[in-house]
Write a new protein. Structure first.
Length: 267
């Protein structure tokens, strides 16, 4: 058994109108806290696919520890969140006309995909939630923030407004997400060299100012897509399973090193 049902059904404590600070619970889950069965149930309830609330931490399946973590893609409409998710999950690029994601009923319709990654011999399950970037769906997105363990915040290097809005997104994240949420800034559409209006250095500078890791990506070419999700998965895995004497995993250092090793760009 991998799940322990905590609170049943819809209409429980989560709602788009919930107090912004009410969900601020740290993960606070370490391997040392795990019972010998390997089943761990943290106190924070999570939302399942069906809209029910569960306590999910990690489970042992066929002798492999599988860590389940929720990653949310956020940023302005059109920056490429859906395309990034599809590239990562299916290895394909959604070319053609732009179909904006809508968030009508956040419990039923918020699109997400699961992907299991192998991190240091541990299967890390990422539950990746796509969000609607349009302003009118913002309250829907807010309701999800506090369930996120990590946020990939995207702007579009060909769209200056999407870059300028990053400060506002970071303010929202600060207001609605868990205090210890992992945040990574991604400058997407790096393949569009001719239309680029935001330099890589500008992205680096902003990320440095806010103390978050940064990389440029392309859902079209695949540039750094795998690396972005791997880095997040590594950070989440280390947080969950850190041994007392193990040095802290440094996400930013890891990203910088990987970028240097790969000459900044890899697909
Ligand atoms: N050149 C290029 N185009 C991209 C890239 N990623 C996305 N696009 C294009 O940008 C447009 C918007 O992409 P989406 O992924 O739908 O954008 P979104 O962020 O999900 O937008 P919302 O759902 O409205 O929030 C589409 O026409 C994509 O084909 C990329 O890396 N490079
Ligand atoms: Mg979308």
């Amino acid at each position: 058994m991998s799940r322990k049902k905590a609170v049943k059904g819809k209409g429980s404590s989560k709602s788009p109108k919930a107090s912004p600070s009410s969900g601020r619970t740290g993960r606070g889950l370490t391997a040392a806290a795990a019972p010998s069965s390997g089943l761990v149930y943290p106190s924070r309830p999570s939302l399942s696919n069906s809209g029910e609330f569960y306590d999910i931490a990690f489970k042992v399946s066929r002798g492999i520890l599988r860590v389940i973590n929720r990653v949310m893609l956020v940023g302005d409409s059109g920056v490429g969140k859906t395309c990034l998710l599809v590239r990562f999950k299916d290895g394909a690029f959604l070319a053609g006309s732009f179909i904006s994601t809508v968030g009508i009923d956040f419990r039923e319709n918020m699109p997400h995909k699961n992907k299991v990654m192998s991190i240091d011999a541990v299967k890390v399950k990422l539950q990746i939630w796509d969000t609607a970037g349009q302003e009118r769906f913002r309250s829907v997105t807010h309701a999800y923030y506090r369930d996120a363990n990590a946020l990939l915040l995207l702007y579009d290097v060909t769209n200056k407004a999407s870059f300028d809005n990053i400060r506002a997104w970071l303010t929202e994240i600060h207001e609605y997400a868990q205090q210890d949420v992992v945040v990574m800034l991604l400058g997407n559409k790096a393949d569009s060299t001719h239309n680029r209006v935001v330099k890589r250095e500008e992205g680096e500078k902003l990320a440095k100012e806010f103390g978050v890791p940064f990389m440029e990506t392309s859902a079209k070419s695949g540039l750094n897509v795998e690396l972005a999700f791997t880095a997040v998965a590594k950070e989440l895995k280390h947080r969950t399973m850190k041994e007392p004497d193990e040095p802290k995993f440094q996400l930013k250092e890891y990203v910088d090193k990987e970028m240097r090793t790969a000459g900044c760009c890899r697909s």
